[in-house]
Design a protein around this ligand. Structure first.
Ligand SMILES: CC(C)(COP(=O)(O)OP(=O)(O)OC[C@H]1O[C@@H](n2cnc3c(N)ncnc32)[C@H](O)[C@@H]1OP(=O)(O)O)[C@@H](O)C(=O)NCCC(=O)NCCS
Length: 172
């Protein structure tokens, strides 16, 4: 499937000096999900090294005036030559439901496939209904989990004690 990038936006690889401005939008873009502990968790999920050493496989989207509209942090698996992993994605509230998140994912799928990666992996918090709807709309399947949150299979303690995750996989 080929998607059109919405008009008036530009896409590039992130740079180290984008780290702070991406961290600065997380609370607003995630709508304060899971309160103060969620905010802390999200900041720790985006350490600076991702903006130093994982940039060729990641993307940042800006409006023509430079306003940050979206980002995707992903990489080719170092362990499994058939896999790639999308770690974090965000789209500004004002730019949602216009296909930007789908465009970033499709773009990543294409680049992953060009490197021979047949599988795309991602995870999300079971509380993040929007993210679950987004991933399933793009064809991701949810792996069976040891528990369910609101009927969604989740893996308890997946990312550490008290940090359950929904685990997605999709053919690229
Ligand atoms: C999840 C997110 C990235 C989606 O970005 P987006 O650009 O709005 O997504 P798209 O416009 O490409 O949506 C594609 C499809 O996903 C589904 N979807 C997206 N947002 C949805 C929502 N709020 N409710 C239900 N379905 C939704 C729909 O099926 C949508 O297709 P449609 O608009 O034709 O109905 C964005 O909402 C976001 O940044 N949320 C906060 C951060 C986050 O939770 N990130 C993911 C976890 S790391």
């Amino acid at each position: 499937m080929t998607l059109e990038l919405p008009a008036g936006v530009r896409v590039r690889e992130p740079r180290e000096d984008d780290h702070g401005r991406v961290l600065a939008v997380l609370d607003l873009w995630w709508g304060g999900l899971k309160g103060a502990s969620g905010a802390w968790e999200r900041r720790l999920l985006l350490p600076r090294f991702l903006f130093q050493h994982f940039t060729p496989s990641s993307r940042l989207v800006e409006a023509d005036d430079g306003t940050l509209l979206a980002f995707l942090i992903g990489f080719l698996s170092q362990t499994d030559p058939a896999s790639a992993y999308i770690h974090f994605v965000g789209v500004a509230p004002s730019a949602r439901r216009a296909g930007l998140g789908s465009w970033l994912y499709q773009d990543f799928f294409t680049r992953a496939a060009s490197h021979g990666r047949r599988w795309i992996h991602a995870i999300t918090s079971p509380e993040n209904a929007r993210s679950i709807a987004f991933h399933t709309s793009l064809g991701f399947t949810i792996a069976p989990g040891g528990s369910a949150v609101d009927g969604i299979p989740a893996h308890p303690d997946y990312d550490g004690p008290g940090l359950p995750r929904v685990v997605f996989r999709k053919a690229s």
